[in-house]
Design a protein around this ligand. Structure first.
Ligand code: F6R
Length: 374
């Protein structure tokens, strides 16, 4: 069943372009250029009058939620709050009928996420699920569901479910933007077109990153700690890179917003510390470029202290390679699409480090695929 791959995780990493393509299929612009998402059962009017979107999820699905905050606030100009599902109901959260609840879960059976959904519903909010399992508990309480068509995920570490969630969240954000009139039909059409090209860019990233990640794993397999940095929408991806490494290789790793380094973590930096920095940019987007430049200064702060930086950068960025020890290149894309591409080298790096360390990649110790206790 592994189709010739050594592990399910690797097979699932390679399935991502297909998972994203299948999740987007039928959900982007139709011939008349309109996004239709009837399965969520949320009308354009509800999106217009909504005050907030409240997101709750766990682990990798929480990282997708953090990325969705950037997508929804930017594209649909609606305030978004993101909570760990396990924390949500313990602070008597403020929820009202004008909030749209959004629960993200691969399994749809995570007890914490179900409890957060119950809290939202009890307080009068409608909930929408993003879920990879048709008919799962989460979807039965939701008014509507976007099913991620990643297919069954066997590896305990989530990979294709994550990128499929990001794809579903992009479709959700496009629909919200269309409903709220915050993007023009031309902008929606153009982004939809670029989304259709995304799986091909992910294929390219898989091909080009694989050998680089394998040789970097050789170099860094014995490191005892890693930092992962990113800024803006790249910060949740840094968190995801750190989580992948922790869970399958048992190496301590932390994700941090790049700009927070000088507020404490720089004290950790020495010549033994690998620092993986997501430093991609959308060269056509001035805010993205500005953010990238700030991230470059953060990288220089790390290298000045001897830290060993591995940068994830877009093809054509030849400057960054002069500043850092290693660069992993990924294809250029729009800012909101880069997360689905740049996470690929982080997954591959974690995978190869775990293999080099002799870990059980598909069945890491102490973890279960679906966490059905609170
Ligand atoms: C990480 C991982 C977990 C899950 C989390 C939520 O690789 O798999 O962190 O993401 O337990 O699970 P779901 O998405 O099923 O609610």
């Amino acid at each position: 069943e592994k189709n010739g791959y050594a592990h399910f995780m690797l097979k699932e990493i390679y399935e991502q372009p297909r998972a994203v393509r299948d999740t987007l299929a039928g959900r982007l612009c139709n011939a008349s250029g309109v996004i239709e998402l009837p399965e969520i059962n949320v009308s354009p009017e509800t999106f217009q009058s909504a005050q907030r979107v409240l997101i709750a999820s766990c682990g990798t699905s929480w990282h997708a939620g953090l990325a969705a905050k950037f997508l929804l606030e930017r594209m649909a100009r609606i305030p978004v709050e993101v909570d760990y599902a396990s924390e949500f109901r313990y602070r008597d959260p403020l929820v009202s009928g004008s909030d749209i609840g959004l629960l993200i879960s691969q399994s749809g059976e995570t007890a914490d996420t179900l409890a957060a959904q119950a809290e939202m519903i009890a307080k009068g909010s409608q909930t929408v699920a993003i879920c990879n399992v048709v008919g799962a508990a989460l979807t039965r309480k939701a008014v509507g569901t976007i099913t991620t068509n990643a297919g069954p995920e066997i590896g305990v570490a989530s990979t294709k479910a994550f990128t499929a969630q990001l794809a579903a969240l992009l479709a959700f954000s496009l629909y919200a933007a269309q409903s709220r009139g915050t993007m023009t039909p031309e902008e929606i059409q153009a982004l939809s077109q670029d989304l259709l090209k995304l799986p091909a860019l992910m294929e390219t990233a898989l091909r080009s990153c694989q050998p680089v990640c394998e040789s970097l794993a050789e170099i860094f397999a014995n490191a005892s700690d890693f930092l992962f940095l990113g800024r803006g929408i790249h910060y949740p991806i840094a968190l995801e890179g750190a989580l992948k490494l922790k869970e399958i290789s048992y190496v301590h790793a932390e994700g941090y917003p790049a700009g927070e380094m000088k507020h404490g973590p720089n004290a950790l930096v020495d010549e033994t510390l690998p620092v993986v920095c997501v430093a991609t940019k959308d060269i056509h987007d001035p805010t993205s470029v500005l953010k990238y430049e700030k991230t470059l200064s953060n990288i220089q702060e790390v290298t000045a202290r001897g830290g060993r930086v591995i940068a994830i950068a877009v093809e054509g960025d030849n400057e960054i390679a002069k500043l850092v020890e290693h660069t992993i290149y990924v294809p250029q894309a729009r800012e909101v699409l880069l997360p689905l591409i740049e996470v690929i080298p982080l997954q591959l790096l974690a995978y190869h480090i775990a293999v080099k360390r002799g870990c059980d990649v598909d069945q890491p110790r102490n973890l279960a695929k679906s966490v059905t206790v609170e």
